[in-house]
Design a protein around this ligand. Structure first.
Ligand SMILES: *Cc1c(COP(=O)(O)O)cnc(C)c1O
Length: 250
């Protein structure tokens, strides 16, 4: 064989192995509770990861990715999407209303619909662009004041308003459980809400707990570290800090 070492070869091999391991785990957990593993979509969370790793995941055949910031996603994904039109890009981080236009243009699924004003503006923007991503409502299952999401008790009314008032069809519910609590309780609560309100999608579970989430009915797991490895801190560039939370309230 050639003595040339393929640039990025290790990265590609590692990523392919990580993806396979996570997929196997999902399949095993699904089988354990009698679920069809094809009912679980692995959203590979690529925030902060360099394009080299995204390329490696694409080479390994993976197509579903999650990003938590609109600006970062806009810098990384349009060129890759042009080459791979079957990529499905999920927004899993908070969405400010001043980024709604870019988000509707770029994402295929927006998982973080969390307030009436945002729902209304998303629907208006979709009509304008003639482009309809799928939408999930984020639920604040732990009622954490610093966290986004609709409180569980208000999910029914919010879903009804999305349909009747804002004209936004909701495909699923999403949650990020409190870091210190047993995630299973939160996953069970989200699953119960989805069932009660006839919402088919359930986005729950990350690297540390996607196995539990699959057992409790997740249709989408959002896995970053177990696929791509530890995240390095993003480069400190002007304007690249965390997006301000000012518009999160209403
Ligand atoms: C970063 C992130 C994930 C992935 O977390 P890992 O622990 O790296 O798997 C999942 N969901 C959301 C909303 C995130 O921001």
């Amino acid at each position: 064989m050639s003595s040339l070492v393929q640039p990025g070869g290790d990265v590609a091999a590692n990523l392919a192995a990580n993806l396979a391991a996570v997929r196997d785990r999902i399949a095993a957990e699904a089988a354990a509770v009698g679920r069809d593993p094809r009912g679980v979509t692995l959203v590979a969370v690529s925030k902060v990861q360099p394009v080299e790793k995204l390329e490696a995941a694409l080479t390994a055949g993976h197509r579903v990715f999650g990003e938590n910031r609109v600006q970062e996603a806009k810098a990384k994904w349009p060129a890759l999407k042009a080459r791979h039109p079957d990529i499905e890009l999920h927004l899993i981080g908070p969405l400010q209303t001043n980024k709604v236009k870019e988000a509707v243009a770029l994402f295929d699924v927006i998982q973080t619909v969390d307030r009436p004003k945002l729902a209304r503006e998303l629907a208006a923007e979709c009509r304008k662009q003639g482009r309809w991503p799928r939408f999930f409502v984020e639920v604040n299952t732990g009622l954490e004041p610093q966290k986004a999401g609709i409180p569980p008790a208000e999910v029914g009314a919010f879903l009804a308003a999305c349909k009747a008032e804002y004209g936004l069809q909701i495909a699923g519910l999403m949650c990020i459980p409190p870091a210190e609590e047993e995630p299973a309780l939160h996953f069970a609560l989200l699953a119960d809400l989805a069932k009660r309100h006839f919402v088919p999608g359930l986005s729950m579970g990350m690297s540390g707990d996607f196995d539990v989430a699959v057992r409790l009915g997740a249709t989408h797991v959002r896995v970053g570290t177990s696929v791509f490895g530890e995240r390095k801190a993003p480069p400190a560039m002007p304007g690249s800090g965390p997006e301000p939370d000012a518009s999160r309230g209403a």
